[in-house]
Design a binder for this molecule. Structure first.
Ligand code: CTP
Length: 402
């Protein structure tokens, strides 16, 4: 169902399993997808481009150069709803993980923002090699989806793990990915992002190290999955046009803008790092050095999430807990205290998780305790995990069942 009318780039790398990609191509076309095959040069040693051209929706491409389009990879990458690579060889996975784009398929993989599904196939020894497994872990962390190979007969009569997944599994995974793409259709989601700035005087403020990346990732992924997204943010990062951005600076601004919209949303994800304290007095003019060191007295800011928890109706509330010790205990306490449905706890003392980096590792808790513990993920991939939990709690159909 989900494949009907969708544009799928089918990448075929050079392995013996390339012949099975013919069957996959036919099944994708049968499911109603518009399939553009891209073969690597090595793939053409195993199977003819003409075979794919005869079955697919448009002629198979094999090269960055020499075709009618001057830059085929950007056109293919930008217009795709999904990119599938089957079989994905060790070489292809290595190039993709390293960001090398020396042929049409690897360049298309870097030029796309569509979801990517790879189905590896290779000999067992290669499949189990640390280099291959580490490349795959890198790709998974970046949000690439993997259909693991199966055990069975391999080239040369060997038997073991590394056989390309059956085409029916690859089609099912593609269906699941594309239908998940719309599982939040029409759900109104308010996301907050960034650290608030609490003014001392017209030029100085008390701030924190939040980059806003986590909130932006949640907003983008929710929007991509069909939600109507409002992003209340202290940052000015580029964002998709479909997202309604409300610019704020202080906790007070954020409190006002979020509460004003609370009655009109279904979900709030408070990813912002709201300052807990602000200067009690904001100087009207820039403080001058010659007047001596100022004494900045702090007072508490409004607890936005706490206020939402007090007044909530049917809305789903998701909070974050950035901790440096006793992660689960503090997060569970915040969940209860602020009447949240879900809390995303992360250890900000780790160098690869938390502020200013692109990755995060989190424990998701609800009132029953920990519901999910993630490995180190990109913030975009973690946003997907959080939104899966949100979708489940809203009673939306699980992924893969449009
Ligand atoms: N939060 C909020 N308003 C505040 C402070 C925090 O809405 N004034 C939200 C954050 O966006 C986050 C959650 O509350 O989703 C947890 O923030 P945190 O500051 O860690 O919680 P506190 O209750 O302030 O706990 P503590 O100071 O004990 O760590």
């Amino acid at each position: 169902m989900a494949l009907r009318g969708r544009r799928v780039v089918l990448g075929v790398a050079g392995g013996i399993a390339a012949y099975k990609a013919v069957e996959l191509c036919r099944r994708l076309v049968d499911a109603g997808a518009w399939v553009s095959p891209v073969l690597t040069e090595d793939a053409t040693r195993f199977i003819g481009a003409l075979t794919f051209s005869a079955l697919a929706s448009e002629p198979a491409r094999t090269s960055l150069f020499g075709g009618p389009e001057p830059i085929p990879h950007t056109r293919l990458g930008q217009s795709a709803d999904l990119v599938i690579v089957a079989p994905a060889t060790a070489k292809l996975l290595g190039k993709y993980a390293a960001g090398i784009s020396d042929d049409l398929l690897s360049a298309t993989l870097l030029a796309t923002r569509a979801p990517v599904l790879v189905a590896p196939a290779m000999h067992t020894e290669m499949w189990e090699h640390a280099a291959v497994q580490e490349n795959l872990a890198t790709l998974r962390r970046r949000g690439v989806h993997v259909v693991d190979p199966e055990s069975g007969r391999l080239a040369g009569g060997d038997v073991g793990e590394g056989r390309l997944a059956d085409p029916s599994r690859i089609v099912a995974a593609a269906e699941a990915l594309l239908s998940r793409g719309r599982d939040l259709a029409g759900v109104r989601v308010l996301v907050t992002a960034g650290g608030t700035r609490e003014a001392i005087d017209p030029v100085r403020f008390v701030g924190n190290r939040s980059s806003g990346k986590m909130g932006y990732a949640v907003a983008e992924v929710a929007s991509g999955r069909g939600a109507v997204v409002t992003l209340v943010s202290t940052q000015s990062r580029p964002v998709s046009e479909s997202i309604n951005v409300v610019a704020v600076e202080s906790a007070e601004d954020m409190h006002r803008e979020v509460l004003a919209r609370f009655g009109d949303v279904d979900v709030v994800v408070m990813a912002a790092a709201v300052a807990d304290f602000r200067p009690k007095v904001i100087a009207g003019e820039k403080l001058k050095k010659r007047e001596g060191v100022p004494e900045v007295v702090l007072e508490p800011t409004p607890d936005i999430l706490g206020a939402l928890g007090e007044s909530k109706g049917a809305q789903l509330l998701v909070g974050f807990a950035a901790e440096t010790e006793r992660l689960r205990e503090h997060a569970a306490d915040k969940l209860a205290r602020k009447h949240l449905d879900l809390i995303v706890a992360n250890d900000v003392s780790a160098a690869d998780a938390g502020f200013e980096v692109d990755t995060n590792r989190a424990v998701l808790l609800d009132s029953s305790g920990a519901v999910e513990e993630t490995p180190l993920l990109s913030k975009v991939a973690l946003a997907g995990v959080i939104l899966d939990q949100v979708a489940a709690r809203l009673g939306l159909p699980p992924e893969g069942h449009p």
